[in-house]
Design a protein around this ligand. Sequence first.
Ligand code: 5GP
Ligand code: MG
Ligand code: MG
Length: 190
Amino acid sequence: AADTAKGTATQLHPDVESVVLSEEDIRGIVTRMGDEISRDYAGRNPLVVTVLRGAFIFTADLLRAIKVPCEVDFMAVSSYGNGVKSSGVVRIVKDLDTKVQGRDVIIAEDILDSGLTLSYLIKLLQARQPNSIEVAAFSVKDIEGKQPAVEPRYVGCHVPDAFVVGYGLDFAERYRNLPYVGILKPEVYS
Ligand code: 5GP
Ligand code: MG
Ligand code: MG
């Protein structure tokens, strides 16, 4: 398949319509986010909370881009099932092992769409009395006339209102391993 104008040598997956973020784009985004966090959290020891599974690859890269001492813990919630539309129903599948009280929490999110998942999660973690909670969203979906329920402190990039996969993002658990972010061909899920 032909590649996009992004100019990477990456072989495009046949189910992917076009590349939204190349590996090089991703590297630049994550490095910048790490720099911002390192500057803002100097002298502190933030707890990076990852929302599994989609955000695990972003978190692995982000952690290595953060230059201050930090910790990581994992949480799993389910809001999408295997579909492509938010059900609005969020279920905790795995809770944190780390105490949140008094901590500076940074929630690492793969993609912010309606923000329903995150606003639920923030309320839940707020009840555990952290010192602070901020959100680092690798990507925010641009939806005309719609604002997500949560405003992230750190935003990696904006992606178009399409269903994207790769860099941890799945459709029915597939495509997480693609090293780039691309738009899934609609015929794959419709
Ligand atoms: P929200 O609650 O913000 O509507 O949904 C957030 C979650 O839905 C994301 O963390 C992600 O797991 C999933 N999601 C939202 N948009 C997309 C998308 O375009 N592609 C994929 N693979 N997952 C998405
Ligand atoms: Mg997520
Ligand atoms: Mg998913």
